[in-house]
Design a binder for this molecule. Structure first.
Ligand code: ZN
Ligand code: ZN
Length: 132
């Protein structure tokens, strides 16, 4: 499967998120060029846990590229440049679909995690109240 076929198959999969736009070869070309430039600059860390290894895998690199192409490289919350990929859950590692992740900018990604943290705290509070 070529990259464009892979991207189009992800797009065609049901329950596509709103941020995904139809495959556009011009956008794809720009994004792939930018991606390759950045990849050349990236330093490789030796000591990695399993998740860091996963993030360094070929599968994740290709999937991330597909997400960038279909989102036009934009954060799905604010439209800024996306260079973060937020997993909504980890149930589909290695076989992610578009709906499993969100392309985000650094700020919106930090916000997402603060919301997660706040939700957990609310959950704990509710639990504590339940016990009382
Ligand atoms: Zn954003
Ligand atoms: Zn995240």
């Amino acid at each position: 499967m070529t990259l464009s076929e892979y991207i189009q198959s992800l797009y065609a999969y049901p329950h596509r998120p709103a941020w995904a736009k139809p495959y556009d070869p011009t956008v794809a070309k720009l994004i792939v060029e930018r991606y390759n430039r950045r990849r050349a600059q990236r330093t490789v860390h030796r000591k990695q846990n399993w998740y860091q290894k996963y993030l360094a895998s070929g599968h994740w690199a290709t999937f991330r590229l597909a997400v960038l192409v279909l989102s036009g490289g934009k954060c799905c919350k604010c439209g800024d440049v996306a260079d973060h990929f937020h997993h909504l859950h980890y149930k589909s590692l290695n076989r992610e679909r578009l709906r499993d992740v969100e392309p985000l900018c650094e700020m919106c990604h930090a916000n997402e995690h603060n919301v997660d943290l706040a939700m957990k705290q609310v959950g704990r509070l509710a639990e504590a109240k339940g016990k009382a």
